[in-house]
Design a binder for this molecule. Structure first.
Ligand code: CO8
Length: 263
């Protein structure tokens, strides 16, 4: 597993109207996540994070699955020494939450195990009505390892997270929306357009302002309320240093739409 080569052939990426699309496109439509696959996903998303023309990244899978978890055909050959020495769930995985550009997970079908964890690393999840979420690792002799016990608990609370993780049962899209794991569910026919509409709205915001807003929300995940409010205030003050702050204020008083300069 050392010297892992990114499996770039399993990732399709393109940009359009300020949106950077990254599609998990494994020959197995369940998108099993191997070490090389996650590195390729990291490369594609990081590239868009450094692209000034992209204001929103969207991670999508196939109609059948966002991703059905770690590649069990790869995992079966691993042992304690190889996973710990080769940093199995560090290379690539730890880079996705560091992306500064807003990033949405668009989930159709299964988001299980590492697939659910990858979706939860994005800023929010939009799901189609056929989506299914879960951390079924307990059924295959493991437990979640890429943040599932932590992010799912923070997202849906201890009781529901315990139920999902200890039974391995899946949550429907509707349950996931009701419990706060998913921001919006759209029916299958409207999903692609609705996801694009949300991404477009974000991509058309001032890019530095969107990044500051994302940073401020993420602080809520990491720290106490007092510390979070202090951090938010400092970030809020920093918006006054932006040309886009002046433009936003002027546009409001002149009753027109702002023209963002992204400065
Ligand atoms: N890895 C590798 N191959 C898989 C996986 C997987 N996770 N899931 C399915 N496949 C393969 C099947 O073996 C099958 O292959 P083949 O045709 O060669 O027999 C093919 O994909 C189709 O699968 P099914 O016939 O099972 O398809 P169904 O539509 O009947 O069922 C399910 C779909 C429900 C998704 C079912 O395949 C399933 O339960 N898969 C396993 C899901 C799972 O347990 N995921 C958790 C994996 S553990 C994990 O994610 C740990 C995370 C740690 C961090 C990540 C580190 C990389």
């Amino acid at each position: 597993m050392s010297n892992v080569i990114p499996k770039t052939e399993w990732v399709k990426s393109w940009s359009e109207d300020g949106i950077g699309w990254v599609q998990l496109n494994h020959e197995n439509k369940l998108n099993p996540l191997s070490a090389g696959f996650i590195l390729a996903i990291k490369e594609a998303t990081t590239k868009f994070d450094h692209d000034d023309s992209v204001g929103c990244i969207v991670l999508i899978g196939s109609d059948k699955a966002f991703a059905a978890g770690a590649d069990l055909k790869e995992m079966v050959s691993l042992n304690y020494a190889t996973v710990s020495q080769n940093r199995y769930i560090e290379n690539g995985w730890l880079d996705i939450p560091k992306i500064q550009t807003p990033i949405i997970a668009g989930v159709k079908g299964y988001a299980l195990g590492g697939g659910c964890e990858l979706a939860m690393m994005c800023d929010f999840i939009v799901a189609s009505e056929n989506a299914k979420f879960g951390q079924p690792e307990i059924n295959i002799g493991a437990i979640p390892g890429a943040g599932g016990t932590q992010r799912l608990t923070r997202s849906i609370g201890k009781s529901k997270a315990m139920l999902a993780i200890l039974t391995g049962d899946m949550l429907s899209a509707q349950e996931a929306e009701k419990s706060g794991l998913v921001a919006k569910v759209f029916n299958n026919a409207n999903f692609d357009n609705s996801l694009k509409e949300i991404a477009l709205k974000i991509a058309n915001q001032s890019k530095p302002l969107a990044k500051l807003a994302k940073q401020a929300v993420n602080v809520a995940y990491e720290t106490t309320l007092e510390e979070g409010v202090r951090s938010e205030r400092a970030l809020f003050y920093s918006t006054f240093a932006l040309e886009d702050h002046v433009e936003g204020m002027q546009a409001f008083s002149e009753k027109r739409k702002p023209t963002w300069r992204n400065k």
